[in-house]
Design a protein around this ligand. Structure first.
Ligand code: SF4
Length: 358
């Protein structure tokens, strides 16, 4: 990549183009007027080759980085002993960060300790033991969206392809009570482990150790006390509260409530708690663990997509471009598998062949 000398484009020209919409002291106007002109492409010349096609203006990219930083921090001023301190606090999960002005669909994604910028691809494939399996869908999702929100698209994809799997297998991030319930309404079972509870309480005093009756909306704690209040919370969760007067007298106070101020224990559970409890019980069994081993094969497919088909790097801009890359990658993997199956004379089930065709 090279940069054109002495031809820096006026990419940040909000002060001219947006003068009718923005006030003179708007941060974008101030930035365009006073900061952007201070950056010159020539100052970055040493970082670029003199050959190759023209790169995006490095002065412009530098300004995007500064704007991003400005967007991701909250700046507050404090005055202590007549001295002014400026405090910059980083926002951990920004929602509107601009990562590339040419592709506004790019978002910051986070999973466990890993973060990335771009989008997410959900890989769906058949899972028939002893048969060649084929990719049935590669679904685009914005990077910051939760995996659990993909089920509707997933079911639509299956219906469109005439696939009616009895069971769908997913990792922990796809499983919650609401999703299990929804699949059952469609006559399917969503298989996968449900998460444990993060609360730093001894096992015996975590919410799922309480005896919860979602039909009667009652709960009994490990000490045998009945919750005094039940509240339907704004997020749809059901809250149970125990009387302060009961809890402060309880010998389990420290382990169960453990606050410095006297209060009653509160727990809140999903409205689909019955499905969660059932899954928690089921996932302890050896049979469940054995059945879930079938999910492991998707890791090989994801690895094939990222290592051999460049799935970790977006080739095209925008949601449409990303989705197109996902489809083409899935198609390429299916073609390879199909050829392998044909050359080995392996039987391909009707369902798998159908998936491969679409
Ligand atoms: S502290 Fe309250 S909720 Fe916890 S076990 Fe004792 S009575 Fe039950």
């Amino acid at each position: 990549m090279s940069i054109p000398r002495n031809q820096q484009e006026e990419l940040f020209s909000a002060d001219k183009e947006l003068a009718d919409f923005l006030t003179a002291d708007d941060p974008m106007m101030v930035f365009s007027r006073e900061i952007y002109p201070a950056f010159k492409d020539e100052e970055f010349a040493q970082c670029y080759s003199t050959k190759g096609r023209w790169a995006t203006s490095p002065a412009f990219l530098a300004c995007v980085t500064i704007l991003q930083f400005r967007e991701n921090v909250v700046i507050t001023e404090k005055e202590i002993d007549r001295k002014v301190f400026i405090q910059a606090e980083e926002i951990q999960i920004p929602k509107q960060t601009i990562f590339d002005p040419r592709d506004l669909s790019l978002k910051l994604g986070k999973k466990a300790s890993k973060g990335w910028v771009g989008s997410k691809c959900h890989v769906v494939e058949t899972s028939q033991k002893g048969k060649f399996n084929f990719i049935t869908n590669m679904i685009y999702q914005q990077a910051q969206a939760h995996d659990c929100n993909i089920h509707e698209k997933l079911r639509e994809g299956n219906e469109y392809r005439g696939l009616e799997p009895e069971k769908m297998y997913g990792d922990m991030s796809y499983i919650n009570g609401g999703a299990i319930c929804e699949y059952r309404k469609h006559g399917q079972e969503l298989m996968g482990y449900i998460r444990g509870q993060h609360a730093k309480k001894p096992e015996k005093f975590k919410a799922y150790s309480f005896s919860i009756d979602m039909q009667k909306l009652q709960t009994i704690c490990p000490a045998g006390q009945l919750a005094s209040h039940t509240v339907l919370q704004k997020d749809g969760y059901v809250g149970f509260q125990f009387r302060q007067s009961t809890c402060v007298k309880c010998s389990f106070w420290n382990e169960c409530v453990g606050t410095t101020t006297p209060s009653g224990r509160k727990i809140s559970v999903s409205p689909y708690y019955d499905y969660i409890r059932e899954r928690r019980e089921k996932q302890k069994s050896e049979a469940f663990r054995k059945e879930m081993s079938v999910r492991a094969q998707i890791e090989g497919t994801i690895s094939e997509g990222t290592r051999f088909h460049g799935l970790r790097h977006a080739r095209y801009h925008g949601e449409f471009g990303h989705q197109m890359q996902f489809y083409l990658t899935g198609a390429a993997i299916n073609v390879k598998r199909l050829i392998r199956a044909i050359t080995r004379g392996v039987d391909i089930s009707n369902k798998a062949a159908l998936a491969c065709k679409t």
